[in-house]
Design a binder for this molecule. Structure first.
Ligand code: PGA
Length: 248
């Protein structure tokens, strides 16, 4: 069975004060190293201090595909590893749309992260226009194939996939469990084609307006193995409830 994760994507939110309040109010039970937070990069060291006290693993929202050198504004995978970061989001739809990240670039970052031992949480998802045009599977599976080109895995814990329909992110419009479930089933099929038995064990998270009120029915779908959560991960109370819904 794939492991169930709850990952908070804080995006460009939370002050230092907010971070202290969040972690001091968080109450986690049955922690299997499956509760993760990705703060703004500049806050990673502070969150790592809290992570050591609470058992939450900390990661980045993005990383460079380059080793090191003249890449102003970028964050290297080596630096993230040196700090103690555990993972990085890659290819979030906000990066694809606002910063024009291509599938090729996303693939290159995915490879670099895995090479360095950082777990990539590879994000894929269709826009509303694409869904309405009946292209959901083509887009999502196309992004997945492109993102995983020449990506080799030793085991399932080296990679996480997050399916996030763009129209459900930050909109309050969640995909129904059935809508999400059918896409997750297709993603699972492709992962098994690509990675055989390992593909059956890779966790596939759903993201897009996940909240305490809808998480249980989403997690009840066979191939939904957790959540990638924006808005509802910012408050300790709701993140606590989301984590409590994860059963491993
Ligand atoms: P949301 O964001 O939960 O606020 O919809 C999800 C995400 O962008 O990862």
């Amino acid at each position: 069975m794939p492991k169930t994760y709850m990952i908070g994507n804080w995006k460009m939110n939370q002050s230092l004060k907010d971070i202290d309040a969040f972690f001091s109010e968080l109450k986690l039970e049955n922690n299997q190293n499956n509760f993760w937070i990705s703060p703004q990069a500049i806050h990673i060291p502070k969150c790592l201090e809290w992570g050591a006290k609470t058992g939450v693993l900390i990661g980045a929202q993005n990383c460079s595909d380059q080793e090191q050198g003249a890449y102003t504004g970028e964050i290297s995978t080596d630096s993230l590893m040196e700090l103690g970061a555990h993972f990085t989001l890659i290819g979030h739809s906000e990066r694809r749309s606002y910063y024009a990240e291509s599938d090729k670039f996303i693939n290159s970052k995915t490879k670099k992260a895995i090479e360095k031992g950082l777990v990539p949480v590879l994000c894929i998802g269709e826009t509303l226009e694409e869904r309405e045009a009946g292209k959901t599977f083509d887009i999502v599976l196309g992004q997945l194939k492109a993102g995983l080109t020449n990506v080799l895995l030793n085991n399932e814990s080296e990679l996480i996939i997050a399916y996030e329909p763009v129209w459900a992110i930050g909109t309050g419009k969640t995909a129904t469990p059935e809508q999400a479930g059918e896409v997750h089933d297709k993603i699972r099929e492709l992962l098994q084609e690509l990675y055989g038995e390992t593909g059956a064990e890779i966790s596939i998270l759903y993201g897009g307006s996940v909240k305490p009120g809808n998480v249980t029915e989403l997690l009840a779908q066979t191939n939904i193995n957790g959540g990638l959560v924006g808005g509802a991960s910012l408050q300790a109370e709701s993140f606590t409830q989301l984590c409590a819904a994860c059963i491993n």
